[in-house]
Each structure stands twice: as structure tokens, then as C-alpha cells.
Design a protein around this ligand. Structure first.
Ligand SMILES: Nc1ncnc2c1ncn2[C@@H]1O[C@H](COP(=O)(O)OP(=O)(O)O)[C@@H](O)[C@H]1O
Ligand SMILES: [Mg+2]
Length: 265
């Protein structure tokens, strides 16, 4: 198993119990969507995996390494195996695309504290390769603040891949994008995971998009997993369990009409 969460619990200092003993296993190379209403604990869950949020109790094991309890240096090494992609891209606005991408090689050490280090030639070459793969090779010298939302997210994706991770932690990657760009970005993430044998946890509140692109769906409600199964089993009853009472027929129909866009098994 690539990732095993056992009894993962997070209580914030405010008293909010965001995760209530979550157990979850993600095999190598599996892409899963984590859905659930706002406040369910999706962001907390993926941030506990790389300990951007410190779990209160429970354990996170990545490829045999117990992440919980690692000291600072070991944690930094372990984090290189987990690429993170954010909703708001988290780019440095006044740096170029290439500079933003290369900062991915620095792991989570402060970017500015490492700014004067030289980037190895092979990192620069890998950055060019990845930027070409996502269709941004003509934009390497553009400043981040001159890019569209979709382009910014492609930079965010390339930056996460620069560390050559085994697992991608993706937090609402399309929340700031229009519907068409959202699909393109989801498709790109899926393709890259397939090409590179990467596992991913993709937090996404858009049910239709999750169902279209991920075969495994995990539903989180108030810090607990209330559904874990194939996208095809997301019935109105299941959605009601996850999100509460609502009319789901429209959502589900939209997905069925889009079936030709689904990523092949
Ligand atoms: N930094 C924080 N401090 C205190 N409470 C937080 C913090 N971050 C999240 N929470 C709370 O934890 C719960 C889960 O939040 P979050 O993980 O952001 O959910 P989601 O990503 O599913 O919207 C919510 O009740 C939220 O208010
Ligand atoms: Mg969130």
C-alpha cells in the first residue's frame, strides 16, 4: 500500500474536530477523488498527510515510512515524495514560470532562503520537458501574474511534478477555473498520473467532475468517511449521505451525458 491513514484525528486549537479517526488506504498509482461539503475536512485530511497540518492522533504511513513523528530533516525528505497542487496555485506572482517551477525542487524549505542556490542543469532540463508536456514551453519567461487561471494551474502541476513524487495531494484544483478549463485541468492531472504511475488524492467539491474523472470516490462528511466506492455507485442516496438532503437527479444526469469524456479504465 502506498499510503495508509489509521485513526487519523485532527482537533484544531479552536476546538474544531475536523477529522474523527479516518482510516484510508491508497494503493500505488491510484487516483481517488475526495468529495464532501465545505467544512467536511477534505483540506485538513490532505494537509495531515504531508503534515502541513499536524495530526492530533493517528498515523500516516507513506510507502513504509511513518510520516507522523518524523523529525524536520526526515520530514523534508519524505515531503519530496508528495507533490501538492493548490486551488489558488500558490505561485510567486512576480517570478517567471520557470522560476516558479524550479522552486518545486526546493521542497518546503523557504523559497527565499534558497534563492541564491544554483539550480542543477538537469532540473532545468526536466522543467523544460514538463512545461512542454503541459503546453507551456512558450511561456517559460512570462511572469506568473501574466498567466490565465488554467495556465497558472499548469505551472502549479509542473512544480508539483518537479520533485518526482509518488503521490499528488491536490486541493480543489479547479475551484477558481471555468467549467471547460476545469475539465482540461482534471484530464491533464489524470493523464500525468497515468503516465508516471502516480497516486493522487484530489479534493473536489464538484460531484460531476469527480465522478467523471476518478474511478474511486471517497465521501467525507463532518470528519468521517461515509462512502468509499466506485464512481458508478454514487447514487442519489449516497450523495444525500455525504451532502445532506437535495435533489441529485440533475447532477447525475449531467454526468451520464458526459460519459464519452470519461477517462478509459
Ligand atoms: N486553521 C484552522 N483552525 C481552526 N479550524 C479549522 C482550521 N482549518 C479548518 N478548520 C475547521 O476544520 C473543519 C474542516 O475544514 P477543512 O478541512 O477546511 O474542510 P474542507 O476542505 O472540506 O472544506 C471545519 O470545521 C473548519 O472550520
Ligand atoms: Mg478545503
Amino acid at each position: 500500500m502506498l499510503l495508509t491513514l489509521s485513526g487519523l484525528t485532527k482537533r484544531y486549537p479552536t476546538g474544531d474536530l475536523a477529522l474523527k479517526g479516518v482510516n484510508l488506504e491508497v494503493p500505488k498509482g491510484q487516483v481517488m477523488a475526495l468529495i464532501g461539503p465545505s467544512g467536511a475536512g477534505k483540506s485538513t485530511l490532505i494537509r495531515c498527510v504531508n503534515r502541513l497540518v499536524e495530526p492530533t492522533s493517528g498515523s500516516v504511513v507513506l510507502d513504509g515510512t511513518e510520516i507522523t513523528g518524523l523529525g524536520a530533516a526526515a520530514l523534508r525528505r519524505a515531503r519530496r515524495r508528495m507533490g501538492m497542487i493548490f486551488q489558488e496555485y500558490a505561485l510567486v506572482e512576480r517570478l517567471t514560470v520557470m522560476e516558479n517551477v524550479l522552486s518545486g525542487r526546493l521542497g518546503y524549505v523557504g523559497f527565499w532562503s534558497s534563492w541564491f542556490r544554483r539550480f542543477p542543469r538537469r532540473d532545468v532540463e526536466e522543467a523544460f520537458r514538463l512545461l512542454h508536456r503541459v503546453g507551456l514551453d512558450h511561456m517559460v519567461d512570462k511572469r506568473a501574474d501574466a498567466l490565465s487561471g488554467g495556465q497558472r494551474q499548469r505551472v502549479g502541476i509542473v512544480r508539483a511534478l518537479m520533485q518526482d513524487p509518488q503521490l499528488l495531494l491536490v486541493d480543489e484544483p479547479t475551484a477558481s477555473l471555468d467549467p471547460k478549463t476545469s475539465r482540461q485541468i482534471m484530464r491533464l492531472i489524470l493523464e500525468l498520473c497515468e503516465e508516471r504511475g502516480l497516486a493522487a488524492i484530489i479534493n473536489i467539491h464538484d460531484v460531476a467532475l469527480a465522478q467523471q474523472f476518478a474511478r474511486r470516490i471517497v465521501g467525507l462528511r463532518a470528519g468521517e468517511i461515509v462512502f468509499d466506492g466506485p464512481a458508478t455507485e454514487l447514487t442519489p442516496e449516497v450523495l444525500t449521505t455525504i451532502y445532506g438532503e437535495e435533489d441529485w437527479s440533475q447532477t447525475i444526469r449531467a454526468v451520464e451525458e458526459d460519459e464519452e469524456e470519461a477517462v478509459p479504465a
